[in-house]
Design a protein around this ligand. Structure first.
Ligand code: AHR
Length: 692
């Protein structure tokens, strides 16, 4: 039974469960798994487990990018996301708040101090930073404050004994000379956690840096950043930035806690910058990588009209690459292919040439040495050494429904990009942004196709053998986006079981499926931040947590060998599930599927003499499994068991209960060529067996 690839547009309507009935289930029956250590069925792809990222759900601004100031260059205007409508109805709507570019900023006036705050477009600092916040201080006496306040991304986190780096670009007028006081304060401004002063302010834009260090303060996620003027006059702010400590101390870097969660997954690649984010709603709002490099004062930012509203582009091309470097991942770059989500597109041919050139430049920026123009630019930006790049992708999800007519031109656009990239970089593997089942790419043969799946848990289980019969001599597959979409804002245990079942199938076929990445990766769990219902890792300003699905990824990716070995199974319990699928517009078909309760896969690391056996029990009863190992001389009695389990498929993690469902690691005894292991209900297990 095959279930087709789904995508964003189809996922809600494609597969539904009509009913479940008992089938070949006998919970007393012992399942026998025979591991054939010498029967290698596949080589595990060296880049198999990875990450996919884009700016959705405040993944970067308000997410992993550690900047604490929201709307730091005074350009953000409210945008309602235009998605989920057919092309003809697809239009960008602006929200209800005033379109003054000063969202998330407030005027501070206390104890009778008087001032005003407005957006000023007449005092640009440069061509990127065109807007400024003008603060006029009219009356200021002792114990009075006039200034500005930023609320951050649903609050600013403050921790004790921590140093924050502030950077402002300002100029003064009307006799103002300074000082400016920078402070982290509580919501009503009464408690000052830390403050510092900048003495002199000149009448032309200048950069001022300062540090703020907290003492023995109480942890909070609800602080505000204030800047108070010490005199009357006028101050123009062009950029206001504040960073906490970052991962590897990068000045324009990432949140430590989120990077650590990712590091624990041991990912091998990062697919970026999208997703639909690379496309934008229009050509103008695509991810235009050249506008995302250089100092942050050179980045104009752009409307993220496809997802979160605004993108500072602080997470720019170089930051993505440094993120890869920090976690020892390879970049998988998705280049803009000439099609944006409203149907705004570039015709193949001469019009597309500049975009093809942009892609070539982007590759050169990544891997060119410092003697090439874009390699030299990367060196100037602080990274003389080229990065490693094996795979790159042309566009994103080009196979979507007819309403976008996107796919019709993809063959021509793909060919144009493909030929130019192949000619200059023959070593690169080029990914076509369509599922392998689509026939949209006709003229050229991509090295890899990108299959996406967003499904229910039972659908994942039903399709866990999807790639078992694939042609080993055909094209390779990148499962570049997939998720079991149950539980919100992050998936629950039931979803994690669907993920684990599906992953056993991907790993078993990791000679054909050369890479896999779950999507979306991140969600800021504040209600206004979330756009996508089911996401791997949740966080607010202060803390973060991994969902049960996160732990499945972590368990799988940190326990695998270099080859897949054959596993024979006897007496696998299963149940009959009635499912429905759309067979044409408006027409549904009901069909029965025999879905196992147990899923498994075994890989071997022959250098270390280890076998990793993954076992998933999706049922609500314990399942005894007899494990037999052939083809090895010795099996050590002591091994390791990493196991995650729960009482209900609804069990989950959250900000307030971040470790409700997490794996535990224990040493186990009694392993041999033939031993019994009982899998707890609703559980995912990874057994490490020492076998030579
Ligand atoms: O992962 C969320 C979205 O789903 C991606 O941006 C898009 O590629 C897919 O449709």
């Amino acid at each position: 039974m095959k279930i087709q690839t789904t995508n964003l547009w189809m996922l809600l309507c494609f597969i539904c469960i009509a009913g479940v009935s008992d089938a070949a289930d006998d919970s007393n029956q012992v399942t026998v798994l025979t591991l054939k250590a010498n029967d290698v069925t596949a080589k595990v792809s060296p880049l198999f487990y990875g990450l996919m990222t884009e700016e959705i759900n405040h993944s970067y601004d308000g997410g992993i990018y550690a900047e604490l100031i929201r709307n730091r260059i005074f350009k953000e205007v409210p945008i309602k996301r235009p998605l989920t409508k057919p092309e003809k109805e697809f239009k960008i709507e602006y929200g209800d708040s005033p379109n003054d570019g000063l969202m998330y900023w407030e005027l501070v006036q206390t104890n009778g101090g008087i001032g005003s705050m407005s957006q000023d477009l007449s005092q640009p600092m440069n061509t990127a930073l065109t807007n400024s916040l003008k603060l006029k201080i009219t009356s200021l006496g002792e114990n009075q404050r006039v200034g500005i306040s930023n609320e951050g991304f649903w609050g600013i986190p403050v921790r004790p004994h921590t140093t924050y780096r502030a950077r402002i670009h300002v100029k003064a007028g009307d006799g103002f000379k300074g000082p400016l006081t920078l402070a982290l304060v509580d919501q009503d401004g009464k408690t000052i956690y830390t403050q510092t002063e900048i003495e002199q302010i000149t009448d032309h834009y200048q950069r001022y840096d300062a540090t703020l260090t907290t003492g023995d303060v109480k942890v909070t996620k609800d602080a505000r950043f204030h800047i108070w003027a010490g005199d009357t006059g006028t101050v123009w702010f062009s950029l206001v930035s504040l960073f906490p400590p970052t991962y590897n101390n990068r000045p324009n870097g990432n949140r430590i806690d989120l990077m650590q969660l990712l590091a624990d997954m041991k990912p091998e690649f990062l697919r970026f910058p999208g997703g639909n984010y690379v496309e934008g709603a229009t050509i103008a709002t695509r991810f235009d990588w050249k506008k995302t490099i250089g100092d942050i004062t050179e980045r104009p930012g752009h409307a993220n009209d496809i997802w979160s509203g605004w993108s500072s582009d602080g997470m720019g091309m170089l930051e993505f690459l440094l993120w890869c470097e920090d976690l020892n991942m390879e970049p998988v770059i998705v280049v803009y292919s000439g099609y944006s989500m409203t149907g705004d597109r570039v015709a193949p041919g001469p019009d597309l040439e500049p975009y093809v050139q942009d892609a070539l430049d982007q590759i050169e920026y990544t891997i060119g040495d410092a003697s090439t123009p874009w390699g030299a630019r990367r060196a100037k930006d602080g990274h003389p050494e080229p990065f490693k790049l094996t795979y790159m992708e042309i566009g994103n999800e080009e196979d979507v429904g007819n309403w976008r007519s996107k796919g019709n031109e993809y063959d021509a656009r793909f060919t144009q990009f493909y030929d130019a990239i192949r000619a200059k970089y023959p070593q690169l593997k080029i990914i076509g942004a369509t599922p392998v089942t689509s026939d949209l790419i006709k003229t050229r043969q991509p090295d890899v196709y990108d299959d996406h799946y967003y499904r229910s848990s039972v659908s994942m289980q039903a399709d866990a053998h999807h790639y078992d019969d694939f042609d080993r001599n055909g094209p390779k597959i990148f499962v570049g986006e997939w998720a079991t979409r149950e539980g919100s804002p992050t998936p629950h245990l039931g979803a994690a079981l669907g993920d684990a079942a599906w992953l056993t199938g991907l790993e078993r076929n990791s000679d054909v499926v050369v890479m896999e990445s779950y999507a979306p990766l991140f969600v800021n769990v504040n209600p206004g931040a979330m756009l996508w219902r089911t996401d791997l890792i949740g966080y607010d300003a202060l803390t973060c947590y991994g969902s049960p699905s996160y732990y499945v990824q972590q368990m799988f990716s940190s326990h695998h060998g270099d080859t897949v070995i054959a596993v024979d199974a006897d007496h696998t319990p299963s149940r009959l599930v009635e499912m429905r699928r759309r067979i044409s517009d408006g027409e549904m078909e009901t069909y029965s599927v025999d879905i196992p309760w147990l899923f498994y896969n075994a890989t071997r690391d022959s250098h270390q003499g280890l076998i990793y056996l993954k076992l998933v029990n999706c049922s609500e009863v314990p399942r005894p499994v007899q494990i037999q190992i052939n083809g090895v001389t010795n099996v050590k009695s002591i091994g390791e068991l990493v196991q995650m389990k729960g009482n209900s498929t609804d069990d989950t993690n959250s900000i307030t209960d971040p470790t409700h469902i997490i794996p535990t690691t224990t040493a186990i005894n009694g392993l041999s060529h033939d031993f019994k292991q009982t899998l707890p209900p609703l559980s995912v297990s990874v057994l490490t067996i020492h076998a030579n």
